[in-house]
Design a protein around this ligand. Structure first.
Ligand SMILES: *[C@@H]1O[C@H](CO)[C@@H](O)[C@H](O)[C@H]1NC(C)=O
Ligand SMILES: *[C@@H]1O[C@H](CO)[C@@H](O)[C@H](O)[C@H]1NC(C)=O
Length: 285
């Protein structure tokens, strides 16, 4: 719905929807104090959002109004998976609105569409609350960097289908295991010569880890490389991926140390080229 609205209108709608959803889903009082009043203020004052000065270069391309709201919201998220999932109902359309506003594709279905086999195939799991199936802050820049690094070699990029809720985070991303497993088996069966890459960001890294734990060793042996971003499992090894893994974690990303989301968790676009170079080097492409 955001694509047909101006950013200004989107910010107003966003504020209204947050207030409405908080009421409908009954966020706990301690969690919604300040939260709801803050959002109500957004409705009234959306034209004068306080600019944040800590927006890193990787996010600077986004429209600043909704981006500021997004950053403010995640830095004041309430505790508890149920309350967080209520907030996720807002974060997901907000992020999709940001993606639409700057023309970012949050869905990639290169395997589902039965395209011709590519030289490199990436199966990617997005982070909690991210829209589409490859999300916003890490999947699309990783895709762009790979396209650039691969030159004339072809790329298939497939998002894992799973709900990516906060509650799912607490289940080690197991909600995404069937989909990631299915795409990996499909790629290896249909395209035995493709260089297969498993990748995941945030909860998506947990999806990847849980999938690696459940796949047969000979399947993991056929995976060419493994890349995680903002990985809650850091620095543990990934089953069956010894010698072909790159874990990218920012020094101040608390998620990589068992903590919660900060702005350092949202800037892995900065490392997309590094990740793509690793994939290309492992693929010998
Ligand atoms: C998630 O994984 C960790 C580390 O392997 C394990 O200790 C924990 O019990 C798992 N949690 C669930 C809910 O399966
Ligand atoms: C990620 O990119 C940032 C910005 O270029 C850089 O400072 C940091 O060292 C990189 N981290 C990793 C793990 O590559």
């Amino acid at each position: 719905m955001f694509s047909t609205l101006t950013i200004h209108q989107a910010a107003i709608v966003f504020g209204a929807v947050v207030s409405f959803t908080a009421l409908v889903h009954g966020l706990p009082a301690d969690a919604s104090n300040g939260y709801i009043s803050d959002r109500s203020a957004v409705v009234a004052e959306s034209h004068s959002l306080n600019p944040r000065i800590d927006i890193p270069p990787a996010l600077a391309g986004f429209p600043s109004g909704p981006l500021n709201e997004f950053l403010r919201l995640i830095s004041t998220l309430p505790e508890g998976a149920a309350a967080l999932d209520a907030v996720g109902l807002i974060l997901t359309p907000l992020q999709q609105g940001l993606a639409d506003a700057v023309g970012i594709d949050t869905t990639r279905d290169d395997l589902a569409q039965n395209a011709a086999c590519a030289d490199v195939t990436v199966v990617f799991a997005r982070g909690t609350t991210e829209p589409g199936n490859v999300g916003l802050v890490t999947g699309p820049p990783f895709y762009d960097a790979l396209k650039e690094q691969l030159g004339s070699k072809s790329l298939a990029f497939q998002g894992v289908e799973y709900p990516a809720t906060f509650a799912g985070f607490n289940k080690n991303g197991t909600d995404g295991v069937p989909s990631m497993t299915g795409f990996i088996n499909q790629a290896l069966t249909d395209c035995p010569d493709t260089k297969l890459v498993m990748s995941g960001y945030s909860q998506g890294a947990l999806v990847l880890r849980s999938t690696a734990n459940s796949l047969p060793a000979d399947t993991m042996a056929k995976v060419n490389s493994v890349v995680t971003f903002g990985d809650p499992g850091n620095p543990d090894a990934i089953t069956g991926a010894e010698g072909k893994t790159l874990i990218i974690c920012h020094e101040n990303d608390a998620v990589c140390k068992g903590g919660f989301i900060t702005v350092d968790h949202l800037t892995y676009a900065d490392n997309a080229t590094t990740a793509a170079q690793f994939v290309v080097q492992k693929a010998g492409a």
